[in-house]
Design a protein around this ligand. Structure first.
Ligand SMILES: Cc1cc2nc3c(=O)[nH]c(=O)nc-3n(C[C@H](O)[C@H](O)[C@H](O)COP(=O)(O)O)c2cc1C
Length: 247
């Protein structure tokens, strides 16, 4: 199939906003629930960062992709600030929506944030999931005991050296049902649009703290999904990522 035809098909198949909501179905939950009794790690309040005065235009103009980071660790407050700026919840809404620090079509916010942590003060290296409503981390897997998981994760990125070198790599995982509930097939487009907003806030928040950041869109979908333990059979997929580290 040529690319023009492919584009026509994709746009055609995602045109309709025929939705489950119109059929009076129950909305999917606003957050992927942690396992019963899971121990959550609370994150420090992000309010006091950055501790430098930020000039907005300067921030926009200085933002650039950085692919090399020093071996210095991020503080847990810097991590907390990045999470707050990219997915922080300001208000829960009925029907599984929420108001957050990024815009989202219909306030659906159909992402979960997965973290590959290598260097954050006070946080063991490992995989975590951010619980946006609790502003806390759910530990998934420590890295020391799981060399295979680390390797599987790293090798799923085409820019492996960036990820390997990062203090933390964020992966935004789409929960399509949350977006498709009101918008049907058109919601697929909104997932990608929403992901762009999230990553731009990531870049700007990183720049405001003089951290280096790199967006990550080139990866092996299924391999990354497997490394993160995603429920791929039910539609969960990694949509976008970003690495961060001290310069
Ligand atoms: C959607 C998207 C995907 C990207 N994926 C990668 C990636 O996989 N690896 C990488 O090194 N950079 C990636 N980048 C960073 C771009 O290469 C970078 O933004 C571009 O070269 C422009 O440079 P600037 O960000 O410094 O303005 C991505 C950027 C975007 C917006």
């Amino acid at each position: 199939m040529d690319q023009q035809e492919l584009l026509r098909q994709v746009l055609g198949q995602t045109r309709s906003s025929e939705s489950a909501r119109r059929k009076n179905e129950e909305p999917p939950p606003a957050e992927k629930q942690p396992p019963e009794g899971a121990k959550l790690l609370p994150l420090p309040e992000p309010e006091l960062l950055p501790d430098t005065q930020v000039n907005f235009l300067e921030l926009i103009e200085l933002r650039t992709t950085q692919r090399k980071y020093s071996g210095e660790s991020l503080t847990s407050k810097e991590l907390s600030y990045l999470l707050w700026c990219t997915q922080g919840v300001k208000m829960a809404m009925p029907n599984g929506g929420s108001r957050r620090n990024v815009p989202s079509a219909g306030a659906r916010h159909a992402f979960e944030t997965y973290l590959f942590v290598q260097r954050v003060e006070g946080l063991p290296a490992g995989f975590y999931r951010f619980l946006a409503f609790e502003h806390a981390l759910l530990p998934l897997q420590e890295l020391s005991a799981t060399t295979d998981a680390r390797e599987d994760f790293l090798s799923s990125f085409h820019s492996r050296p960036v990820v390997e070198n990062s203090a933390v790599t964020f992966v935004w995982v789409a929960e399509p049902e949350r977006m498709l509930y009101p918008y049907g097939a058109r919601g697929i487009r909104y997932l990608y649009l929403d992901a762009g907003h999230v990553c731009e806030n990531f870049y700007l928040a990183a720049e405001s703290m003089r951290l280096g950041a790199c967006a990550l869109g080139a990866f092996e979908d299924e391999q990354l999904g497997t490394a993160l333990g995603l429920d791929q059979a039910n539609g969960e997929f990694a949509i976008y990522g970003a690495a961060v580290g001290k310069l």
